[in-house]
Every structure is written in structure tokens, then in C-alpha cells.
Ligand binder design. Structure first.
Ligand code: DX5
Ligand code: ZN
Length: 210
């Protein structure tokens, strides 16, 4: 099971500090991109700075109302490997998946807590991954909503080959029951970046728990 550090920042400086702190211990980071419309807050995410500074791979978690324009902006960033966008998107989901694939990236749908997993079924054959939110998207450090665990277990049993991740609410207390679902990856923000230990120490602690 993979640990993916979640980078939700408000400046280039914070982006560089956080990614520098983890790029020796993981192969991929998760960049949160929020537009203040899809979710109440905004984040810093600037393609050129990422292209110039990130030495490992990344996935983009789009929390935006217009994923196609954001995808276009990131076209020249060679570290991008996967792009995830909300299934609640109010537009042509297939078109977005196809656009992601045209860039040579993996495509994933993100599913909110209140949305039925059945919504994913019509798109399953086109998807490389599915990501379940364990919190309400927008901010780091929110409490984990355990009802998502059953949804993940059931989905993973139905689709054992698809890469499944959980985003949000992961900590040393919630991790054991998350691991038990058979999930492939967890995206973690505050448990890695916002406590008294270094990000590397936190990653090792999580790996030991897994
Ligand atoms: C929330 C983001 C998450 C967040 C996770 O909108 O999509 O990726 O950074 O942070 P924690 O691990 O603190 O819940
Ligand atoms: Zn995220």
C-alpha cells in the first residue's frame, strides 16, 4: 500500500518546502488544486513552478468546476502522471477522461462521501483509478468519516483490479481500519506536514503501521 503526501498550499514557497521534505522518501505527491467554486477555498498550484522544482512524479487532484481548462494549463508539466476529478462534475465526464488520456496521463474519478458508488459504474472501463474522499473536500486536518470504509471494501471486492485510493482524514488511529479495506493508496496531508515531527519521520511511522 502506497503513502501519497497531499500538498495543499497557499504559496510556491510552501510547495517547495513540503515537496523537498518528502522527495527522498516517496515516488509521487498529490497536488490539491481548488478554485474556490467547487469547494469554498482556493489553493496555490502553478504549473511552471512545479515543472521547475519537482523532481518526483505527481498526481493532480482537481477540486474545480472547469477541469478541462486546468488540464490544459498543466499540459507541459512532465512530472504529472495521474489526474483525478470529481464524479459530481457538471459536464461531460467521458470528455474529461479522454482529454486526460490524450495527455498520456492516468485518469481517476473522485467520489464524495454522500455520493453513491454506483455512479462510477458507467465509467469503470475507462478509468485507471478511483479515489474516495474520507472528509469533505477543501481543507486539511478534518475528522475522518468512517462510513466510507464500507463503500471502499465493497467497491474493491467488485473491482479488484482498479487502483483505489482514499484521500483525507488518515492518521495513526484511522489507518489500521483503512488498510483492512484492501485499498491501494492513502493520500495524507496533516499527519505528514502539520505536527511536531518531520515529514520523513511521519512517513516512516505510517509505513510501520501498514
Ligand atoms: C482536501 C484535500 C486532501 C487533503 C488531505 O480537500 O483534497 O488531499 O490535503 O489532508 P488531511 O490528510 O489532513 O485530511
Ligand atoms: Zn486531495
Amino acid at each position: 500500500m502506497q503513502i501519497i503526501p497531499s500538498i495543499l498550499v497557499q504559496s510556491a514557497e510552501a510547495f517547495i518546502t513540503q515537496t523537498n521534505a518528502v522527495q527522498n522518501s516517496v515516488k509521487l505527491v498529490h497536488i490539491d488544486i481548488a478554485d474556490g467554486k467547487c469547494v469554498p477555498n482556493t489553493t496555490w498550484a502553478e504549473p511552471n513552478t512545479v515543472q521547475q522544482n519537482l523532481t518526483i512524479d505527481c498526481e493532480l487532484h482537481l477540486m474545480v468546476v472547469d477541469p478541462l481548462s486546468v488540464i490544459q494549463m498543466w499540459g507541459g508539466v512532465s512530472s504529472v502522471k495521474r489526474v483525478l476529478f470529481p464524479i459530481e462534475y457538471d459536464g461531460d465526464i467521458i470528455d474529461v477522461i479522454d482529454t486526460i488520456h490524450h495527455h498520456g496521463w492516468q485518469a481517476g474519478l473522485v467520489i464524495n462521501l454522500e455520493t453513491s458508488t454506483l455512479m462510477i459504474e458507467p465509467f469503470i472501463d475507462k478509468l485507471d483509478s478511483v479515489m474516495f474522499m474520507g472528509i469533505i473536500p477543501g481543507k486539511q486536518g478534518q475528522p475522518f468519516v468512517p462510513e466510507v470504509l464500507e463503500k471502499i471494501t465493497e467497491f474493491k471486492a467488485r473491482h479488484p483490479k482498479i487502483f483505489v485510493a482514499l484521500d483525507g482524514g488518515v492518521n495513526e488511529k484511522t489507518l489500521p481500519e483503512i488498510v483492512a479495506t484492501g485499498i491501494d493508496a492513502v493520500c495524507c496531508g496533516s499527519v505528514i506536514f502539520h505536527n511536531e515531527r518531520t515529514p520523513n519521520e511521519n512517513i516512516i511511522r505510517l509505513q510501520n503501521l501498514i
